[in-house]
Design a protein around this ligand. Structure first.
Ligand SMILES: Cc1cc2nc3c(=O)[nH]c(=O)nc-3n(C[C@H](O)[C@H](O)[C@H](O)COP(=O)(O)OP(=O)(O)OC[C@H]3O[C@@H](n4cnc5c(N)ncnc54)[C@H](O)[C@@H]3O)c2cc1C
Length: 626
């Protein structure tokens, strides 16, 4: 990327970031060497009352899925039957997150996420219809930023089943919104706007009754600088000038409606602006900050099904003198799957509970949950396919046609892959977490090294930073202070102490990297990514230890029936063992990354990549048919 374009992209994202930190951030503090034990232990569980509401709703949803939804047929035909959508609307599934006063079910974030996990375990396409509608579609930003009048006007309609969509991406706008080309031009003295442009990959877009559309409004001059303005609009799907140019087809989630939408002079009254002119990108980013918490829940649901398929098959399939699950190589995979699924749940339900409590800032935790769960679920799905062998690669329809159980691993594999791309690619999640984690340092120190700062600004920032770091930095070398919470069982106590010590090691290493690379740190993505991965593993360890302690200790309030939220272990399913296995692996990863944040391969790899890009290794590509 040319430096000017990179600068413009960064500047726009910087202007649109949520800058305040009014509430504590547990994961953010891990990068500063602090483990906020009192917020992590005991595990923030769902209340018994809220769990019971969720249990009842999930039972209804399950009955509907079993009776009405044929996930393989949806995948095969690429069509979602109208009666499925109508049935879901009757169940209130399009209004799960909409408050009761506006006609929705008013479910907590936890129960909504549990519902999406359940649906995703059964049919990825159905889960995406609902999630695109209410995790990022009109209800979420409307709830967060709409006026009372807008809420009264649209929320009841959305709750009844008016499908909605979120339109940010464009052909040239993927991870980089600075290149947005869709415009909203004021007309009639500003009473209305005309939208023009293309929106790509808009999920639900082709059938949406309502869309939230991000578009460029005229630039403004603020403090002598020209600032790009992106504004969010609520748009009626049947407005004249909206055309579905193409319905996109994908490798998985084939039953979704997703398209390239063209807006030609689409007139939108100014009353449909959400939150205010120029705040559209911030709205989109903040919508995603909570909205992306649903995706890890979907990954949890899908991964649970994979574990069940694996358990049955690895017991049943006999090769080389016994069930395949007894062979060490297969058993190791099963151990990884179970312990990672446990960690995925620990992270997802903890962050969901925090979202409901509302007293913590969860933007880093939600991004970590998205990154961790989408990567872990992909590995779990890949291992399931491997353990199923040839049957893993065969379609459910084909298995059925030759008389075997139609186990849909092949479909799940295709459906699962998208989670590492949508709502922020894994790479962009790393960058996002790094930016947010570094924020306290950037605020304190970066005025000193940025070239465009005045001398006075630099000196005063340097003095303030010196006072802070004179206290903070030596503390990162102190041994662990403070007792390990009594609730943590003996086998996990050493892991907890590791989290505390490694958090300080992470803080030191990150600080050293800042001193070493200064402004150049932003370009050392591999170093930053390793630090982020350490932070993610530390958060996952802390959540996993806490959940295991909670499950193993005071018995959680148990619901009844198959959907009880707080499923405790059976008599021989010790959660401590799962947490221990997860922590052993995480510790090894953390030690490796902190020991060598920069590897010799980094520069060598970059150099080879540039040579490849310049075509100097085109000879490696010979002997193929393109
Ligand atoms: C099935 C599906 C559904 C979707 N639904 C919606 C929707 O409802 N609404 C909507 O607005 N969008 C939607 N999208 C778009 C989706 O959010 C984007 O695909 C995603 O943001 C990535 O953008 P991109 O594909 O253009 O990738 P690009 O931004 O072009 O990135 C390409 C690759 O480069 C990497 N990369 C980019 N920038 C950097 C960087 N600075 N550093 C390191 N790596 C980088 C990325 O991680 C990725 O691997 C959907 C996409 C799909 C496929």
């Amino acid at each position: 990327m040319a430096d000017g374009a990179a600068h413009a992209a960064l500047e726009l994202i910087e202007q649109s970031r949520e800058t305040s930190w009014d509430r504590p951030t547990v994961a953010g503090q891990l990068f500063l060497g602090r483990v906020l034990t009192r917020l992590l232990v005991p595990y923030a569980a769902q209340s018994a009352e809220d769990a019971a509401i969720g249990d009842r709703y999930l039972a209804e949803l399950e009955a509907f899925l079993r009776a009405q939804v044929d996930a393989d047929a949806i995948d095969r035909t690429g069509e979602m039957p109208a009666d499925v959508i109508q049935g879901l609307a009757r169940l209130g599934a399009f209004g799960m997150k909409i408050p009761k006063e506006h006609g929705g079910l008013g479910l907590s974030q936890m129960n909504y996420n549990r519902a999406i996990a359940l649906i995703a375990s059964y049919c990825g396409s159905t889960a995406v219809w609902l999630s695109a509608h209410q995790s990022i579609g009109v209800p979420q930003p409307l709830k967060m930023f709409g006026t009372d009048a807008q809420k009264r006007q649209y929320l009841p309609r959305l709750a009844r089943g008016a499908v909605s969509a979120f339109a940010l991406t464009e052909p040239d706008v993927g991870s980089d919104p600075a290149k947005m080309a869709t415009t909203a031009t004021p007309v009639d003295g500003g009473a209305a706007f005309l939208l023009n442009g293309d929106k790509l990959w808009c999920t639900n877009g082709p059938v949406a009754e309502l869309l939230v559309v991000m578009a460029k409004t005229p630039d403004r001059t603020i403090g002598g600088k020209t600032r790009q303005q992106i504004t969010a609009f609520i748009v009626e799907g049947n407005s004249p000038g909206i055309e579905v140019v193409h319905r996109c087809q994908f490798m998985g989630i084939r039953g979704i409606q997703n398209g390239l939408l063209r807006f030609t002079n689409v007139r939108v009254p100014k009353e449909n602006i959400l939150w205010g002119p120029g705040r559209g990108l911030k709205l989109a980013l903040m919508t995603l900050n909570t909205g992306r918490l649903t995706l890890p829940a979907a990954c949890v649901g899908a991964a649970k099904l994979m574990l069940r398929i694996t358990r049955r098959w690895a017991n049943e399939r006999q090769q080389w003198g016994g069930p395949i699950g007894r062979h060490e190589a297969v058993a190791a995979k099963i151990g990884q799957m179970a312990s990672h699924l446990f960690a995925m749940e620990a992270v997802t339900w903890l962050t969901s509970a925090w979202a409901d409590r509302g007293d913590l800032d969860i933007r880093i935790e939600a991004a970590m949950a998205k990154l961790f769960c989408s990567e872990a679920a992909w590995a779990i799905c890949d291992d399931t396919l491997q353990i199923r062998g040839g049957r893993g690669y065969e379609t459910a329809d084909s298995l059925k046609a030759r008389g075997e159980a139609p186990i849909p691993v092949e479909r799940a594999f295709r459906d699962m892959r998208i989670n590492r791309i949508i709502e922020g690619t894994s790479e962009v999640m790393h960058l996002f977490i790094a930016r947010e984690a570094l924020d306290p340092h950037i605020r304190r120190a970066f005025d000193v090294i940025l070239p465009d700062r005045r001398l006075g600004q630099r000196v005063s920032t340097a003095l303030r930073a010196a006072v802070f770091y004179a206290g903070w930095y030596p503390r990162q070398w102190l041994p662990t202070l403070g007792a390990t919470p009594a609730a943590i069982p003996a086998p996990l106590r050493d892991h907890w102490r590791f989290v505390q010590a490694a958090s300080r090691r992470l803080a030191r290493t990150l600080f050293h990297a800042m001193l070493r690379y200064q402004q150049g740190l932003e370009k050392r993505q591999l170093v930053l990514f390793r630090m982020v991965e350490v932070g993610v593993d530390l958060f996952a360890m802390a959540a996993t230890i806490s959940r295991a302690a909670w499950l193993a200790g005071a018995r959680p309030p148990m619901g009844s029936g198959p959907h009880r939220a707080l499923q405790g272990p059976g008599p021989d399913g010790d959660p401590v063992l799962l947490a221990d296995l997860f922590c052993l692996g995480a510790r090894r990863r953390i030690d490796r990354r902190l020991a060598r944040p920069e590897l010799p391969d980094d520069r060598a790899g970059y150099r080879v990549a540039q040579e490849v890009l310049a075509g100097r290794y085109a000879w490696l590509e010979t002997g193929i048919v393109e």
